[in-house]
Design a protein around this ligand. Structure first.
Ligand SMILES: Nc1ncnc2c1ncn2[C@@H]1O[C@H](COP(=O)(O)OP(=O)(O)OP(=O)(O)O)[C@@H](O)[C@H]1O
Length: 339
């Protein structure tokens, strides 16, 4: 079946009729076995996304955001190891697929636009040939003309001229290259798109255009989108929900409005108050201390040494993820008994 990639077209393929949530990540665990010891980079990570929902994944460097993306794609390499959990996309648990099943699932069920993707385009192959290769590895019997038409539609849906099909990466600007990567990501109409820092190394105008492109293609195919990034301000304009990671754990998942107006976890509160605002001109509040090494995590809650609301229990007991009455998720002892 051909993908429907026309901008702002309604969700069209029967595949989109899959029951919500379209993505369920359950108890995902990843450990890196390094010479210095074991680093648990994902610790019991769970969340869900409905078709058409956009989730922003934020957290300091080293908190596990890219590891989460790679684990969902089953692309964790040694010394890392996925040690448990499920990633259910459109009804199929990716963790239970054999290698060939997983190869097919990449791009068709779940697409990943890695950090720096635009620099990984092959410099000596035309853009079109790279796109055709990606389609062919999934749909070997699709006629050449149909494959080309699919690729050109994908280029047009990210606001690139179909002529880009015949161009080389060096002929394109950074923003155009990033849009090519997005076009490749949507070639097979996936249920879920993960974009890891899709706007890094781009100027602010191009950043906005790239985010708008993701927004448009996401609406056109009704995919669930995970945007990984540091720029809370940019993210706030494009996502529906925000998930905050700290030392391999999801410490809060809230709607973007709740996160910005009433963050629950002290780490989310610190992240929000560290953002510049017109009311607080020139007053920047940093987060005290440094992110902990995963090799030597503090006992109890890993955030407690930096937390201005820490209580006795925080240094001894690991908090569980709680769902508050409003449906928000928070991993903090402050809310024990409130769930
Ligand atoms: N190949 C590896 N070997 C050992 N440890 C690793 C490896 N890759 C990642 N880690 C560890 O896993 C943790 C999570 O890393 P990850 O790259 O997922 O973080 P991140 O939140 O995406 O950071 P950034 O924002 O800088 O991209 C880090 O603390 C890092 O030390």
């Amino acid at each position: 079946m051909e993908a429907t990639l026309v901008r702002n077209a309604p969700a069209a393929t029967p595949r989109r009729a899959v029951a919500d949530p379209v993505l369920t990540v359950r108890n995902l665990e990843v450990t890196y076995y390094t010479d210095s010891g074991r680093a648990k980079a994902l610790d019991d990570v769970s969340f869900t996304l409905n078709a058409g929902e956009k989730l922003g994944m934020v957290g300091e460097s080293g908190s596990g955001k890219s590891t989460l993306a790679l684990a969902m794609m089953r692309m964790i390499k040694p010394p890392g190891r996925i040690e448990g959990g499920a990633v259910v996309v459109g009804g199929a648990d990716l963790m239970a697929l054999d290698a060939e099943g997983m190869r097919k699932a990449r791009l068709s069920r779940i697409a990943y636009i890695p950090q720096g993707a635009m620099n990984s385009l092959n410099p000596v192959m035309r853009i079109g040939a790279q796109m055709v290769d990606a389609v062919r590895s999934h749909l070997p019997s699709e006629p050449k003309a149909a494959v080309e038409a699919r690729c050109k539609r994908a280029l047009q849906s990210v606001d690139l001229d179909a002529g880009v099909f015949r161009m080389y990466a060096h002929e394109l600007s950074g923003g155009m290259k990033q849009r090519v990567c997005i076009a490749i990501g949507i070639l097979l109409d996936p249920y879920v798109i993960i974009a890891d820092e899709p706007t890094s190394a781009l100027d602010v105008v191009t950043q906005r255009q790239v985010m708008e492109t993701i927004d448009n293609v996401q609406k056109a195919i009704n995919a669930a989108v995970i945007l990984i990034g540091h720029d809370m301000g940019l993210m706030a304009q494009f996502v529906d929900k925000v998930a905050v990671m700290y030392a391999g754990r999801l410490v809060e998942v809230s709607t973007v409005r709740e996160m910005f107006t009433d963050p629950k976890h002290p780490y989310s509160q610190a992240l929000i108050s560290s953002l510049p605002s017109l009311d607080n001109k020139g007053v920047f509040q940093g987060i005290p201390g440094l992110a902990p090494s995963l090799l030597r995590l503090p006992s109890g809650c890993a955030f407690h040494p930096r937390c201005d609301k820490a209580m006795g229990v925080c240094s001894t007991l690991r908090p569980e993820s709680l769902t508050l009455a409003s449906g928000r998720r928070v991993t903090c002892h402050l809310y024990d008994g409130a769930a």
